[in-house]
Design a protein around this ligand. Sequence first.
Ligand code: C5P
Ligand code: MG
Length: 222
Amino acid sequence: MARHNRIVLLGPPGSGKGTQGAILAQNMGVHEISAGDLLRTEVKTGSNLGKEIAECINAGHLVSTDLIVRLMTQAFLAPENENGFISDGFPRSIEQAEIFEKVQQQTEFTGKKVDLVLLIDVPDSYILERILGRFQCPSCGTFYHDKFKPTKVAGVCDICGGKEFAKRADDTEETVVSRLRVYREATAPLIPYYEKQGLLVRVDGTGSIDAVSEKIKEIVGY
Ligand code: C5P
Ligand code: MG
């Protein structure tokens, strides 16, 4: 059993939450629950709710607190996440964290409260290059980066052999500027919030994917 089993990943867009979360989840034998992915799944259904969510995502704004708390809580309590989870991208504001705090006081969460908030620290100067270079294989979900994690064979997915790649609709320079502003204004205040609760640990996220995941391994203790 790892030292920590219910982990929130915090950090600016492009800090590596998704990449490190996937590695961590695999090594710990738990699932990564990505707030952004849950929202993008709803967008793909084409529902009215999905259309509203898409407007928020494409503007770089946060969706309603009620909605994201409901989606994430449901996932945290799902039977397959009984032994732990990695939360990527939730909570994203003090408001989300406070409501989530209340939710965690309910009996369903007994013994299942978040026990570590891992801040992946990356200065703004790294972020644009990281985000604008990233792309994904839509068939298997693997993420790549033009410079930091290219496919082994140009134009072919390492994992599934897929030949078509996609970029996130919100990975544009304009939206990134807005997402960074939202991070600074709404999300960064969670750093002192979780520090006060004694839950926060920082990791320097500027190294290579392997270097950062080694440091995370030591912190999490798996
Ligand atoms: O975490 P990720 O970058 O995938 O999130 C994409 C978008 O989803 C955010 O920019 C925001 O619009 C929305 N989101 C949100 N609340 C969260 C997580 C994501 O509104 N807790
Ligand atoms: Mg992500």
